[in-house]
Design a protein around this ligand. Structure first.
Ligand code: NAD
Length: 351
Protein backbone atom coordinates (compact mmCIF):
# COMPACT_ATOMS: atom_id res chain seq x y z
CA UNK A 1 0.00 0.00 0.00
CA UNK A 2 1.46 3.35 -1.01
CA UNK A 3 -0.33 6.67 -0.97
CA UNK A 4 -0.06 10.37 -0.31
CA UNK A 5 -2.89 12.09 1.52
CA UNK A 6 -3.25 15.77 2.19
CA UNK A 7 -6.30 16.98 4.11
CA UNK A 8 -7.94 20.17 2.89
CA UNK A 9 -8.61 22.80 5.55
CA UNK A 10 -12.36 22.76 5.88
CA UNK A 11 -14.80 23.59 8.60
CA UNK A 12 -18.17 21.87 8.54
CA UNK A 13 -21.19 22.77 10.63
CA UNK A 14 -23.78 20.03 10.14
CA UNK A 15 -27.29 19.47 11.43
CA UNK A 16 -30.97 20.35 11.14
CA UNK A 17 -31.39 24.03 11.96
CA UNK A 18 -27.69 24.86 11.59
CA UNK A 19 -28.46 27.80 9.26
CA UNK A 20 -29.14 29.75 12.43
CA UNK A 21 -25.42 29.57 13.18
CA UNK A 22 -24.62 31.67 10.11
CA UNK A 23 -24.00 34.92 12.01
CA UNK A 24 -21.52 33.17 14.31
CA UNK A 25 -19.75 31.60 11.32
CA UNK A 26 -19.36 35.06 9.73
CA UNK A 27 -18.11 36.50 13.01
CA UNK A 28 -15.67 33.66 13.48
CA UNK A 29 -14.21 34.37 10.03
CA UNK A 30 -14.07 38.09 10.77
CA UNK A 31 -16.26 39.03 7.79
CA UNK A 32 -18.68 41.95 8.24
CA UNK A 33 -19.94 42.64 4.71
CA UNK A 34 -21.04 39.47 2.97
CA UNK A 35 -22.49 39.46 -0.54
CA UNK A 36 -25.17 36.75 -0.58
CA UNK A 37 -25.23 34.69 -3.80
CA UNK A 38 -27.94 32.41 -5.18
CA UNK A 39 -29.68 31.29 -8.34
CA UNK A 40 -32.94 33.14 -9.18
CA UNK A 41 -34.91 30.11 -7.95
CA UNK A 42 -33.40 30.36 -4.47
CA UNK A 43 -33.91 34.11 -4.07
CA UNK A 44 -36.26 33.71 -1.10
CA UNK A 45 -33.76 31.49 0.69
CA UNK A 46 -31.00 34.01 -0.03
CA UNK A 47 -33.23 36.72 1.43
CA UNK A 48 -33.77 34.63 4.55
CA UNK A 49 -30.01 34.19 4.95
CA UNK A 50 -29.54 37.95 4.45
CA UNK A 51 -32.06 38.62 7.22
CA UNK A 52 -30.24 36.23 9.55
CA UNK A 53 -26.94 37.99 8.80
CA UNK A 54 -28.44 41.41 9.48
CA UNK A 55 -25.75 44.10 9.24
CA UNK A 56 -23.20 41.52 8.12
CA UNK A 57 -25.04 41.34 4.76
CA UNK A 58 -23.74 43.86 2.23
CA UNK A 59 -26.14 42.91 -0.57
CA UNK A 60 -27.58 40.14 -2.70
CA UNK A 61 -26.72 38.85 -6.15
CA UNK A 62 -29.26 36.26 -7.22
CA UNK A 63 -28.38 35.67 -10.87
CA UNK A 64 -26.12 32.61 -10.48
CA UNK A 65 -26.33 30.22 -13.42
CA UNK A 66 -25.24 26.68 -14.14
CA UNK A 67 -21.56 26.31 -15.18
CA UNK A 68 -20.71 29.92 -14.27
CA UNK A 69 -20.84 31.82 -17.59
CA UNK A 70 -18.02 34.41 -17.58
CA UNK A 71 -20.52 37.27 -18.06
CA UNK A 72 -22.33 36.24 -14.88
CA UNK A 73 -19.01 35.93 -13.03
CA UNK A 74 -18.03 39.46 -14.14
CA UNK A 75 -21.38 40.88 -13.05
CA UNK A 76 -21.07 39.20 -9.64
CA UNK A 77 -17.48 40.44 -9.21
CA UNK A 78 -18.68 43.96 -9.98
CA UNK A 79 -21.52 43.56 -7.46
CA UNK A 80 -18.99 42.48 -4.81
CA UNK A 81 -16.81 45.52 -5.56
CA UNK A 82 -19.78 47.92 -5.58
CA UNK A 83 -21.02 46.55 -2.26
CA UNK A 84 -17.50 46.74 -0.80
CA UNK A 85 -17.97 43.10 0.24
CA UNK A 86 -15.32 41.43 2.38
CA UNK A 87 -16.67 37.94 1.72
CA UNK A 88 -19.42 35.95 0.00
CA UNK A 89 -22.13 33.66 1.22
CA UNK A 90 -23.10 31.17 -1.49
CA UNK A 91 -26.43 29.53 -0.70
CA UNK A 92 -27.99 26.90 -2.96
CA UNK A 93 -26.58 24.31 -5.31
CA UNK A 94 -23.35 24.06 -7.25
CA UNK A 95 -24.32 27.02 -9.43
CA UNK A 96 -24.38 29.48 -6.51
CA UNK A 97 -21.27 27.97 -4.94
CA UNK A 98 -19.46 28.06 -8.31
CA UNK A 99 -20.19 31.78 -8.52
CA UNK A 100 -18.73 32.31 -5.05
CA UNK A 101 -15.61 30.50 -6.21
CA UNK A 102 -15.37 32.72 -9.32
CA UNK A 103 -15.38 35.80 -7.08
CA UNK A 104 -12.82 34.25 -4.72
CA UNK A 105 -10.59 33.32 -7.66
CA UNK A 106 -10.15 36.90 -8.79
CA UNK A 107 -10.38 38.70 -5.44
CA UNK A 108 -9.33 36.23 -2.75
CA UNK A 109 -12.53 37.03 -0.80
CA UNK A 110 -13.46 34.23 1.63
CA UNK A 111 -16.57 32.17 0.86
CA UNK A 112 -19.05 30.69 3.30
CA UNK A 113 -21.17 28.07 1.65
CA UNK A 114 -24.61 26.69 2.49
CA UNK A 115 -25.24 23.81 0.06
CA UNK A 116 -28.82 22.81 -0.61
CA UNK A 117 -28.18 20.15 -3.27
CA UNK A 118 -25.87 17.15 -3.20
CA UNK A 119 -23.42 18.27 -5.93
CA UNK A 120 -20.47 18.64 -3.53
CA UNK A 121 -18.73 21.72 -4.93
CA UNK A 122 -18.47 23.19 -1.43
CA UNK A 123 -15.86 20.56 -0.51
CA UNK A 124 -13.49 21.22 -3.40
CA UNK A 125 -10.88 23.77 -4.46
CA UNK A 126 -12.07 23.28 -8.06
CA UNK A 127 -13.47 26.28 -9.91
CA UNK A 128 -15.13 26.38 -13.34
CA UNK A 129 -15.96 29.13 -15.82
CA UNK A 130 -17.74 28.77 -19.14
CA UNK A 131 -16.95 30.96 -22.13
CA UNK A 132 -18.15 30.43 -25.69
CA UNK A 133 -19.34 26.89 -25.02
CA UNK A 134 -16.08 25.76 -23.39
CA UNK A 135 -15.84 25.14 -19.70
CA UNK A 136 -12.44 25.75 -18.14
CA UNK A 137 -11.70 24.36 -14.71
CA UNK A 138 -8.79 24.67 -12.34
CA UNK A 139 -7.74 24.08 -8.76
CA UNK A 140 -6.98 26.91 -6.37
CA UNK A 141 -7.03 26.76 -2.57
CA UNK A 142 -8.35 30.34 -2.53
CA UNK A 143 -11.76 29.17 -3.78
CA UNK A 144 -12.26 26.46 -1.15
CA UNK A 145 -15.07 27.66 1.14
CA UNK A 146 -13.76 28.54 4.60
CA UNK A 147 -16.90 27.33 6.32
CA UNK A 148 -19.68 25.02 5.11
CA UNK A 149 -23.04 24.94 6.83
CA UNK A 150 -25.07 21.82 6.03
CA UNK A 151 -28.67 22.18 7.13
CA UNK A 152 -30.91 19.28 6.00
CA UNK A 153 -34.01 21.42 6.69
CA UNK A 154 -33.08 23.59 3.70
CA UNK A 155 -33.29 20.58 1.41
CA UNK A 156 -36.84 19.52 2.33
CA UNK A 157 -38.23 21.34 -0.70
CA UNK A 158 -35.55 20.19 -3.13
CA UNK A 159 -37.73 18.52 -5.80
CA UNK A 160 -37.49 14.73 -5.91
CA UNK A 161 -36.14 14.70 -9.48
CA UNK A 162 -33.36 17.16 -8.59
CA UNK A 163 -32.66 15.26 -5.36
CA UNK A 164 -32.26 12.00 -7.25
CA UNK A 165 -29.96 13.28 -9.99
CA UNK A 166 -28.00 15.41 -7.57
CA UNK A 167 -27.61 12.34 -5.36
CA UNK A 168 -26.23 10.33 -8.28
CA UNK A 169 -23.91 13.23 -9.05
CA UNK A 170 -22.51 12.77 -5.54
CA UNK A 171 -22.22 9.01 -5.99
CA UNK A 172 -20.22 9.61 -9.19
CA UNK A 173 -17.59 11.54 -7.20
CA UNK A 174 -17.20 8.61 -4.84
CA UNK A 175 -17.04 6.03 -7.65
CA UNK A 176 -14.20 7.86 -9.38
CA UNK A 177 -12.42 8.57 -6.07
CA UNK A 178 -12.28 4.82 -5.42
CA UNK A 179 -10.16 4.22 -8.54
CA UNK A 180 -8.43 7.60 -8.68
CA UNK A 181 -4.66 7.67 -9.25
CA UNK A 182 -4.37 9.46 -5.89
CA UNK A 183 -6.86 7.27 -4.01
CA UNK A 184 -6.02 6.68 -0.36
CA UNK A 185 -7.46 4.50 2.41
CA UNK A 186 -9.19 7.36 4.20
CA UNK A 187 -10.79 8.70 1.00
CA UNK A 188 -11.93 5.19 0.07
CA UNK A 189 -13.64 4.86 3.47
CA UNK A 190 -15.42 8.16 2.90
CA UNK A 191 -16.39 7.11 -0.62
CA UNK A 192 -17.89 3.79 0.42
CA UNK A 193 -19.81 5.33 3.31
CA UNK A 194 -20.92 8.25 1.15
CA UNK A 195 -22.38 5.90 -1.46
CA UNK A 196 -24.06 3.76 1.21
CA UNK A 197 -25.62 6.76 2.91
CA UNK A 198 -26.83 8.36 -0.34
CA UNK A 199 -28.14 5.11 -1.84
CA UNK A 200 -30.19 4.41 1.29
CA UNK A 201 -31.53 7.95 1.46
CA UNK A 202 -32.77 8.48 -2.11
CA UNK A 203 -35.67 5.97 -2.15
CA UNK A 204 -36.82 7.31 1.23
CA UNK A 205 -36.72 10.88 -0.13
CA UNK A 206 -38.67 9.83 -3.22
CA UNK A 207 -41.31 8.30 -0.93
CA UNK A 208 -41.42 11.33 1.38
CA UNK A 209 -39.41 14.42 0.36
CA UNK A 210 -40.05 15.94 3.81
CA UNK A 211 -38.37 13.06 5.69
CA UNK A 212 -35.73 14.92 7.71
CA UNK A 213 -33.92 11.72 8.61
CA UNK A 214 -33.53 10.74 4.93
CA UNK A 215 -32.55 14.30 4.02
CA UNK A 216 -29.92 14.20 6.76
CA UNK A 217 -28.53 10.91 5.43
CA UNK A 218 -28.42 12.31 1.90
CA UNK A 219 -26.62 15.48 2.96
CA UNK A 220 -24.22 13.40 5.04
CA UNK A 221 -23.56 11.30 1.94
CA UNK A 222 -23.16 14.43 -0.17
CA UNK A 223 -20.59 15.83 2.25
CA UNK A 224 -18.54 12.62 2.16
CA UNK A 225 -18.77 12.27 -1.63
CA UNK A 226 -17.90 15.94 -2.09
CA UNK A 227 -14.87 15.50 0.16
CA UNK A 228 -13.80 12.60 -2.08
CA UNK A 229 -14.08 14.88 -5.11
CA UNK A 230 -11.96 17.50 -3.38
CA UNK A 231 -9.29 15.00 -2.38
CA UNK A 232 -8.73 13.09 -5.62
CA UNK A 233 -8.37 13.44 -9.37
CA UNK A 234 -11.43 12.52 -11.39
CA UNK A 235 -11.32 10.31 -14.49
CA UNK A 236 -13.34 9.43 -17.60
CA UNK A 237 -16.80 9.89 -16.08
CA UNK A 238 -16.25 13.48 -14.99
CA UNK A 239 -14.46 14.25 -18.25
CA UNK A 240 -17.47 13.13 -20.33
CA UNK A 241 -19.98 14.95 -18.12
CA UNK A 242 -17.89 18.10 -18.20
CA UNK A 243 -18.00 18.07 -22.01
CA UNK A 244 -21.72 17.29 -22.17
CA UNK A 245 -22.48 20.14 -19.76
CA UNK A 246 -20.01 22.73 -21.03
CA UNK A 247 -20.34 22.22 -24.79
CA UNK A 248 -23.83 20.75 -25.21
CA UNK A 249 -25.46 22.59 -22.30
CA UNK A 250 -27.03 19.39 -20.98
CA UNK A 251 -28.20 19.48 -17.33
CA UNK A 252 -25.25 18.70 -15.08
CA UNK A 253 -26.74 16.30 -12.53
CA UNK A 254 -29.00 14.45 -14.99
CA UNK A 255 -26.02 13.81 -17.26
CA UNK A 256 -24.02 12.39 -14.35
CA UNK A 257 -26.91 10.09 -13.52
CA UNK A 258 -27.23 8.69 -17.04
CA UNK A 259 -23.51 8.35 -17.77
CA UNK A 260 -22.32 6.85 -14.47
CA UNK A 261 -23.48 3.21 -14.99
CA UNK A 262 -21.83 3.09 -18.44
CA UNK A 263 -18.50 4.41 -17.22
CA UNK A 264 -18.74 2.01 -14.26
CA UNK A 265 -19.35 -0.88 -16.67
CA UNK A 266 -16.27 0.17 -18.63
CA UNK A 267 -13.92 0.92 -15.72
CA UNK A 268 -14.82 -1.39 -12.83
CA UNK A 269 -13.49 -4.60 -14.44
CA UNK A 270 -10.08 -2.87 -14.32
CA UNK A 271 -10.61 -1.57 -10.76
CA UNK A 272 -11.54 -4.60 -8.63
CA UNK A 273 -11.01 -2.94 -5.24
CA UNK A 274 -13.33 -0.10 -6.19
CA UNK A 275 -15.83 -2.62 -7.52
CA UNK A 276 -15.78 -4.53 -4.21
CA UNK A 277 -16.31 -1.36 -2.19
CA UNK A 278 -19.28 -0.37 -4.36
CA UNK A 279 -20.78 -3.86 -4.20
CA UNK A 280 -20.68 -3.59 -0.40
CA UNK A 281 -22.10 -0.07 -0.36
CA UNK A 282 -24.94 -0.87 -2.77
CA UNK A 283 -25.54 -4.47 -1.65
CA UNK A 284 -25.35 -5.76 -5.21
CA UNK A 285 -23.11 -7.99 -7.30
CA UNK A 286 -23.63 -5.92 -10.45
CA UNK A 287 -22.80 -2.29 -9.75
CA UNK A 288 -23.44 -0.78 -13.24
CA UNK A 289 -26.82 -2.45 -13.64
CA UNK A 290 -27.81 -1.59 -10.08
CA UNK A 291 -26.95 2.09 -10.62
CA UNK A 292 -28.88 2.26 -13.91
CA UNK A 293 -31.95 0.52 -12.55
CA UNK A 294 -32.02 2.41 -9.25
CA UNK A 295 -31.87 5.74 -11.10
CA UNK A 296 -34.60 4.68 -13.52
CA UNK A 297 -36.83 3.42 -10.70
CA UNK A 298 -36.44 6.78 -9.00
CA UNK A 299 -37.65 8.52 -12.16
CA UNK A 300 -34.38 9.81 -13.64
CA UNK A 301 -33.78 9.95 -17.41
CA UNK A 302 -32.52 6.60 -18.68
CA UNK A 303 -30.58 7.69 -21.74
CA UNK A 304 -28.59 10.55 -23.22
CA UNK A 305 -31.10 10.58 -26.09
CA UNK A 306 -33.76 11.57 -23.57
CA UNK A 307 -31.56 14.51 -22.56
CA UNK A 308 -31.30 15.65 -26.18
CA UNK A 309 -27.96 14.22 -27.33
CA UNK A 310 -27.67 12.66 -30.79
CA UNK A 311 -25.09 10.43 -32.43
CA UNK A 312 -23.95 13.41 -34.52
CA UNK A 313 -22.47 14.90 -31.33
CA UNK A 314 -20.15 11.96 -30.72
CA UNK A 315 -17.22 13.17 -32.86
CA UNK A 316 -16.98 16.44 -30.92
CA UNK A 317 -17.23 14.65 -27.56
CA UNK A 318 -14.57 12.12 -28.54
CA UNK A 319 -12.26 14.84 -29.91
CA UNK A 320 -12.53 16.83 -26.67
CA UNK A 321 -12.18 13.75 -24.47
CA UNK A 322 -9.01 12.72 -26.32
CA UNK A 323 -7.53 16.24 -26.46
CA UNK A 324 -6.14 16.31 -22.93
CA UNK A 325 -4.83 13.23 -21.18
CA UNK A 326 -6.19 12.19 -17.78
CA UNK A 327 -5.84 9.15 -15.56
CA UNK A 328 -8.30 6.28 -16.01
CA UNK A 329 -8.23 2.63 -14.90
CA UNK A 330 -8.55 1.55 -18.54
CA UNK A 331 -7.05 3.16 -21.61
CA UNK A 332 -9.70 5.20 -23.40
CA UNK A 333 -9.64 4.65 -27.16
CA UNK A 334 -11.91 6.45 -29.59
CA UNK A 335 -13.66 3.13 -30.35
CA UNK A 336 -14.22 2.39 -26.65
CA UNK A 337 -15.59 5.87 -26.12
CA UNK A 338 -17.93 5.63 -29.11
CA UNK A 339 -19.27 2.31 -27.88
CA UNK A 340 -19.76 3.66 -24.32
CA UNK A 341 -21.57 6.74 -25.67
CA UNK A 342 -23.78 4.57 -27.88
CA UNK A 343 -24.82 2.49 -24.86
CA UNK A 344 -25.52 5.61 -22.81
CA UNK A 345 -27.36 7.25 -25.71
CA UNK A 346 -29.71 4.27 -25.89
CA UNK A 347 -29.87 3.56 -22.16
CA UNK A 348 -29.14 -0.14 -22.64
CA UNK A 349 -28.55 -0.88 -18.93
CA UNK A 350 -32.01 0.28 -17.86
CA UNK A 351 -34.33 -0.76 -20.71
P1 NAD B 1 -27.86 24.05 -9.32
O1 NAD B 1 -27.08 24.78 -8.32
O2 NAD B 1 -28.11 24.77 -10.60
O3 NAD B 1 -29.21 23.61 -8.64
C1 NAD B 1 -30.16 22.83 -9.37
C2 NAD B 1 -31.56 23.41 -9.22
O4 NAD B 1 -32.00 23.17 -7.91
C3 NAD B 1 -31.63 24.92 -9.42
O5 NAD B 1 -32.77 25.21 -10.18
C4 NAD B 1 -31.79 25.46 -8.01
O6 NAD B 1 -32.48 26.70 -7.96
C5 NAD B 1 -32.55 24.34 -7.36
N1 NAD B 1 -32.38 24.23 -5.92
C6 NAD B 1 -31.22 24.27 -5.25
N2 NAD B 1 -31.44 24.11 -3.94
C7 NAD B 1 -32.78 23.97 -3.78
C8 NAD B 1 -33.61 23.75 -2.65
N3 NAD B 1 -33.10 23.61 -1.44
N4 NAD B 1 -34.94 23.66 -2.85
C9 NAD B 1 -35.46 23.75 -4.08
N5 NAD B 1 -34.72 23.94 -5.19
C10 NAD B 1 -33.39 24.05 -5.04
O7 NAD B 1 -27.20 22.65 -9.72
P2 NAD B 1 -26.25 21.61 -8.94
O8 NAD B 1 -26.50 20.31 -9.57
O9 NAD B 1 -26.36 21.74 -7.48
O10 NAD B 1 -24.79 22.10 -9.33
C11 NAD B 1 -24.33 22.00 -10.64
C12 NAD B 1 -23.22 23.00 -10.90
O11 NAD B 1 -22.20 22.85 -9.93
C13 NAD B 1 -22.57 22.77 -12.26
O12 NAD B 1 -22.20 24.01 -12.82
C14 NAD B 1 -21.34 21.95 -11.88
O13 NAD B 1 -20.32 22.04 -12.84
C15 NAD B 1 -20.96 22.55 -10.57
N6 NAD B 1 -20.19 21.65 -9.70
C16 NAD B 1 -18.92 22.00 -9.40
C17 NAD B 1 -18.17 21.22 -8.57
C18 NAD B 1 -16.78 21.64 -8.22
O14 NAD B 1 -16.11 20.98 -7.46
N7 NAD B 1 -16.32 22.75 -8.72
C19 NAD B 1 -18.71 20.04 -8.04
C20 NAD B 1 -20.01 19.69 -8.36
C21 NAD B 1 -20.77 20.52 -9.18
Amino acid sequence: MTFTYEALPMRVVFGAGSLRQLPQEAERLGVRRLLVLSTPGQRALAGHAATLLGEACAGLFTEARMHVPVQVAEAARAAARDADADGCLAIGGGSAIGLGKAIALSSGLPVISVPTTYAGSEMTPVWGLTDHGRKRTGRDRAVLPRSVVYDPELTLRLPVDVSVTSGFNAVAHAVEALYAPNASPIVSLMAEEGVRSMAAALPAIAADPGDVRARTDALHGAWLCGACLGATTMSLHHKICHILGGTFDLPHAAVHTVVLPYVAAFNLPAAPTADQALRRALATDDVPKHLARAAAELGAARSLAQLGLTERDFDEIIAQAKAQPYANPRPVTAEALRSLLTEALNGTLAP
